[in-house]
Design a protein around this ligand. Structure first.
Ligand SMILES: [Zn+2]
Length: 342
């Protein structure tokens, strides 16, 4: 089959479109013909090898996969060839206490498609049957691939970690990111008032269309001052953040009393300062969040199938142009998900 692999870590140019062995399925596995695979920042981290992860090389990244079932193993009961499916990106044991509680990403054997197993930058990918989910409603393959990782992440951040309630005020940092564009919609649908930030006016217009009531252009406005103005000096109840150091102080200072700052990423760096007095005095919480459970993804998919939430697709590239797609993600000139088509 054709796949995009890297044999060494580095810039986008290490991505090679080449022949690779077709995956061989086990009795409990499913072979999926990939129709669309969405990019995530994780793909860039894995390609660059920044965390000294010992990946098997050559490697195929890609965690957000939609396609058609090509073949099923002899023990597979639920899934049939020809079905239109998406893959739950997180792979866990399904048997431990964390898994039994639906806390898949706390499973000690947790991994993702494209992390320690091959992912979706390929014509075919293999998956455990348990990860295969029928595409809900009339979503097309692009929409289905644009959903899983960012919607499960945003859902887990807002509800499971931050305990969002109707009527609260939510600040979403980086509206143009996949997580940002999902969080705006989920928070709005849950009855929150959403304030979103981005660095370009064209992104803020799109954020409003997704449900943000107020927007802040962080390239020319102070997030802290705007949040104070927009909330009558009160601050916001919940902040969804994935940028890290560059926005940390502004986020923390924008929290209301009892506010919760929930973060899932460090694209600008992970070392920050914390004023502990302002933490306990205002009874604030700082929360980490990582992926989420298959059950949470299925809850989000129900609403996507009903078109109450929508997949946000920026653009699509042929698989062979994966390097150009990575460069686009690095440029920050996008809103929503960037896709690859094998
Ligand atoms: Zn487990």
């Amino acid at each position: 089959m054709k796949a995009v692999r890297f044999h060494e870590h580095g810039s986008a140019d290490v991505l090679k479109y080449e022949d690779a062995p077709e995956p061989q399925i086990q009795a409990n596995e499913v072979l999926v013909r990939v129709k669309a695979c969405a990019l995530n920042h994780l793909d860039l981290w894995l390609r660059m090898g920044v965390r000294d992860w010992k990946l098997p090389l050559p490697h195929i990244v890609g965690s957000d996969i939609a396609g058609e079932v090509a073949e099923v193993g002899s023990l597979v009961k639920r899934v049939k060839p020809g079905e239109r499916v998406l893959l739950c990106p997180g792979i866990s044991c399904g048997q431990c206490e964390a898994c039994a509680h639906g806390l898949d990403s706390a499973c000690r054997s947790y991994t993702l498609f494209g992390a320690f197993v091959d992912g979706g930058y390929a014509e075919y990918v293999k998956s455990p049957e348990t990860n295969v989910i029928p595409i809900p409603g009339d979503l097309n393959f692009d929409e289905a691939a644009a959903v899983p990782l960012v919607f499960v992440t945003a859902w887990h951040m807002l509800f499971t970690r931050a305990g969002l309630k109707p009527g609260e005020e939510v600040l979403v940092i980086g509206a143009g990111s996949g997580v940002g564009s999902a969080a705006i919609q989920i928070a709005k649908l849950a009855g929150a008032r959403v304030i979103a930030t981005a660095g370009a006016d064209w992104k803020l217009e799109k954020a409003r269309a997704l449900g943000a009531e107020e927007v802040i252009n962080h390239s020319r406005q102070s997030v802290v001052e705007e949040v104070r103005r927009l909330t009558a000096k009160r601050g916001v109840d919940v902040i969804v953040e994935h940028v890290g150091a560059a926005v940390w102080d502004a986020c923390f200072d924008s929290l209301a009393t009892y506010g919760r700052l929930v973060t899932c990423g460090v694209t600008s760096g992970g070392e920050v300062k914390l004023n502990v007095q302002a933490l306990f005095g205002r009874q604030r919480s700082v929360l980490g969040s990582f992926m989420g459970g298959k059950g949470e993804l299925m809850e989000a998919l129900e609403l996507l199938g009903q078109r109450k939430l929508k997949a946000v697709v920026d653009s699509a590239f042929p698989l062979k142009d994966a390097a150009a797609a990575h460069k686009k993600m690095e440029s920050r000139e996008f809103f929503g998900k960037i896709l690859l088509h094998p």
